[in-house]
Design a binder for this molecule. Structure first.
Ligand code: OOB
Length: 534
């Protein structure tokens, strides 16, 4: 096995297998077992398409054959940037069946982010929609093929232009390799760390454990899941999300976006029972119940995570949506914590719950790496059967983010209640969490100083009632530039629009800490007052 990623120590892997956390089966096998057990059950609903388990299983097989015929081989990386839809599900399982590694990228990402992660992944293929959200992904694919020499095939869902259409890749049998459960199932993008984009390598055993771990959501084959957040994100994909649904016989309904206009009619029509959302979207849904007439009475559970969820919003949401709530704290790197369905209301409203697996180790430490006193706030360090030990092909960042004995340093600050429930109190890392979308400050600053008139830049979070945080940038600049000009500059560079500044402040120079780093605390204190406008 190549060493593009850090394996678990053998004795630890043996412990996880002995305890039954790892079951030696691939995700493809688990889905196929489910398809054999419930062939006629409805697996996926997307627009007019409705596929039973047997149909979906068969289509995934045929697509896997077509990918082999195209020349995709085991361990090839394939960047998949598809919105929620049947193709997403089929491409994901087909690649897993070929033993290739899907690298899942959110549709909002643009050329800058993609180029950086493709330079790490060296993908053999890139799978995109023709259009989504008013953006032509084929144009971006053309540019990326120039930027990144390894992409042999661009595969398009929809009108392919000069590329390969997905619809022509459903083939008859081809010899396919065996896939090992301890090999990579997929890579997801790290959202939580500083620095450039990082890929999180998840093995089949590690990733297949996640949906099991989430049994706390009480999922069964009668459940109907609405995939409203982009499925390339770990939370709707596997916590237990789409993968939990398709390995337990339930139905996954695809929503093209998370807006109430798309999601509410789908909930009513398909009698959706549960979904996964970020706090800003739940708040929007809560408001939308005032004017939307759709019947949401089938909803029994909404999972909420990705950024801080205020107790008042949580209370309002459960009342207006009239359903259960599960708070989830998690990360692409692995660890999840979740409230239980039978937790008392005050714990559900004010905590982010407990880790689901007895083998999850969670430490709260002070700056010297020493465990804080019971009840104290410390940085959360973790290791366990579904938390990775390092990033894909990034030994240096891995060394910075993981301790020598394999604990992931989350950069989040947490407190533990006597019941074991964790409360996320803040964070140490320089990342802005804009409604669940993560923006590494240094990355945005790097793009800003590429502007010829900007000599220095610092990005800081500004508290916001809707999104939790928005992006404020402090610029040292010859003369003030409009927000519109700065955004246009970032757009032309190919930066994802959720990273664009919401507010600009001009300074003569950036305040520095004693050791010469940008003093973000001082900058945040300056904007604590009302918005100055820009
Ligand atoms: C989820 O994953 P990522 O990789 O996009 O972001 C991880 C970071 C965490 O380190 C933390 O800073 C923040 O997002 N976060 C939360 C939170 N859940 C995540 N901060 C406060 N409260 C929460 N409930 O965001 C993710 C992955 C799987 C499940 C849920 C969320």
């Amino acid at each position: 096995m190549g060493r593009d990623w850090t394996p678990y120590p053998e004795s630890t892997a043996a412990d996880y297998r002995r305890a039954g956390h790892w079951q030696g089966r691939t995700l493809g096998e688990r889905f196929r077992e489910c398809a054999r057990r419930y062939p006629d059950a409805l697996a996926v609903v997307a627009g007019a398409a409705r596929l039973t388990y047997a149909e979906l299983d068969n289509r995934c097989d045929r697509l896997a054959n077509g990918l082999v015929a195209l020349g995709v081989t085991a361990r090839d990386r394939v960047v998949v940037q598809l919105p929620n839809g049947v193709e997403f599900v089929e491409v994901l399982f087909a690649l897993m069946r070929v033993g290739a590694t899907p690298v899942l990228v959110m549709p909002a990402y643009r050329r800058q982010e993609l180029r950086a992660l493709m330079q790490i992944a060296e993908p053999a293929a890139y799978v995109v929609p023709d259009h989504y959200g008013g953006f032509d992904f084929r144009t971006q694919a053309r540019e990326l093929c120039v930027d990144v020499g390894t992409v042999r095939h661009v595969v398009v869902a929809g009108e392919p232009a000069e590329f390969t259409p997905v619809r022509e890749l459903y083939h008859g049998p081809e010899p396919r390799p065996d896939v090992d459960a301890d090999d990579l199932a997929l890579c997801v993008m790290s959202g939580g760390t500083t620095g450039g984009p990082k890929l999180v390598p998840r093995t089949h055993e590690n990733y297949a454990y996640l949906p099991n771990a989430c049994a706390a959501a009480g999922l069964d084959r009668d459940d109907i899941y609405l995939a409203a957040l982009p499925l390339a994100h770990n939370f709707p994909l596997a916590c237990p999300g789409l993968l939990g649904t398709l390995t337990s016989g339930g139905t996954a309904v695809m929503s093209p976006t998370s807006s109430p206009d798309d999601a509410f009619p789908l909930i009513e029509r398909a009698r959706v029972t549960w979904t996964t959302l970020v706090p800003s979207v739940v708040e929007f849904w809560t408001e939308a119940t005032r004017w939307h007439r759709s019947d949401l009475s089938s909803l029994r559970l909404v999972q909420v995570g990705g950024s801080v969820f205020r107790p008042e919003s949580a209370r309002r949401a459960t009342q207006r949506l009239d359903c259960g709530l599960q708070q989830v704290y998690g990360m692409a790197e692995g660890l999840l914590t979740m409230t239980a369905l039978d937790d008392p209301d005050d714990l559900v409203l004010t905590t982010q719950g407990r880790p689901p697996c007895p083998a999850d180790e969670v430490r709260l430490v002070d700056p010297d790496g020493v465990d804080v006193e019971a009840g104290g706030v410390g940085e959360l360090w973790t290791r366990g059967p579904y938390t990775v030990r390092g990033y894909f092909r990034a030994p240096e960042s891995s060394a910075g983010s993981f301790t020598p004995d394999g604990l992931y340093r989350t950069g989040d600050l947490a407190r533990r209640l006597p019941s074991g429930h964790l409360v996320i109190e803040g964070r140490l890392k320089d990342v802005i969490n804009r409604g669940g979308d993560k923006i590494p400050c240094a990355e945005l600053e790097g793009h800003l100083v590429a502007h010829p008139a900007i000599s220095a830049a610092a990005a800081v979070p500004v508290p916001d009632s809707e999104l939790g945080e928005r992006v404020c940038v402090f610029l040292v600049c010859e003369r003030p530039r409009s927000l519109r000009e700065i955004r246009a500059f970032l757009q032309a560079r190919g930066v994802a629009s959720f990273k664009f500044p919401d507010r600009i402040e001009y300074v003569d120079r950036l305040p520095l800490t004693k050791i010469g780093k940008i003093d973000r605390k001082a900058l945040m204190a300056r904007i604590a007052g009302p918005a100055a406008g820009s």
